[in-house]
Design a protein around this ligand. Structure first.
Ligand SMILES: [Fe+2]
Length: 297
């Protein structure tokens, strides 16, 4: 049994790109996404699944998280979510309007209290999925957001956006809007911003092969390969050419309302261990620094 969520998926992420040509080449040739032809300055990329796009590179002077887009269950769910956000003091950036983006639909933007632009979309048209390829992302898995106050932002996600808390570790809150254990993770940090973006691969073998493709192109692991505690997903973290931390992940735990929310005491490791298997080497200093280096646009 699971509740009816007003937001049903993380649809896409917009990131700012100082060198869109180089950045786009990375996401096409190395990370393995499909460029989508579309008029305008932004460059759109799809996975193999039905989402019209999952990543947008927006030209800009410096890296920054420009928006996180969530898909709403219905037009009413979008209106009601927007109304709750405004009541909670969020500044609306525009009014709901037809989207000039792949898939179309209706979109509206507002800024949440931590500073991130949230974009709601409803009625965007799915594309015909491509055949699944084991080493290519099917869709987004989650976005991880840095905040100084994890509990306050988690309450916002629950009360305003209608997410459900699935787990709380010492420094992170895991929140879901569908059967995936988490679509959003909030991480305690000294600065607000983007921690990382995670892309869903079909299975563990795909994470390994996609990691090999990264190594072939000269990108070494930032962290991983390993298996996370909360969510039980396998992971491999890398730092992209503009300094964004990106994760290949798979096998995310599927949950419903019967899931027992864990607390910090449930998610501890023996000293020196950072993953379920106990094989992930320590996170690289480059990756650690990159995880708190990207602010909000
Ligand atoms: Fe992650």
């Amino acid at each position: 049994m699971t509740r009816a969520f007003p937001i049903t998926a993380i649809a896409s992420v917009d990131i700012q790109s100082p060198d869109p040509e180089r950045h786009a080449a990375f996401y096409r040739d190395v990370w393995g996404l499909e460029p989508i032809d579309h008029p305008g300055d932004a460059r759109f990329f799809a996975g193999t699944g039905a989402d019209p796009y999952i990543l947008a590179l927006v030209p800009g002077e410096s890296p920054g998280l420009a928006a996180v887009t969530f898909r709403c269950a219905s037009a009413e769910a979008m209106d009601q979510t927007l109304a709750r956000a405004e009541k909670a003091g969020c500044r609306r950036i525009d009014s709901p309007a037809p989207a000039t983006r792949p898939g179309g639909g209706t979109m509206v933007d507002f800024r949440e209290p931590n500073g991130c632009v949230i974009r709601l979309v409803h009625g965007d048209q799915p594309r015909d999925p491509k055949p699944t390829r084991i080493d290519r992302a099917t869709r987004l898995s989650h976005v991880n957001i840095n905040t100084r106050d994890v509990d306050a932002l988690a309450r916002f996600y629950e009360d305003v956006l209608g997410f459900a808390l699935t787990d709380r570790s010492k420094i992170m809150a895991f929140l879901r809007c569908n059967a995936d254990h988490h679509a959003v993770v909030l991480a305690e940090a000294p600065v607000e911003g983007l921690n990382h973006i995670a892309f869903m691969l079909p299975e563990l073998e795909g994470v390994m092969r996609a990691s090999g493709r990264m190594r072939d192109h000269g990108y070494d692991f930032g962290w991983g390969v390993g298996r996370h505690g909360p969510g039980n997903n396998v992971f491999a973290y890398f730092v992209d050419p503009e300094g964004y931390v990106v994760e290949h992940t798979a096998e995310v735990l599927q949950v419903d309302d019967s899931y027992e929310v864990g607390g910090p005491a449930d998610w501890t490791w023996p000293p020196g261990r950072t993953d379920h298997w106990g094989i992930a080497p320590p996170k690289s200093e480059t990756c650690k620094a990159a995880q708190t280096a990207i602010g909000f646009v």
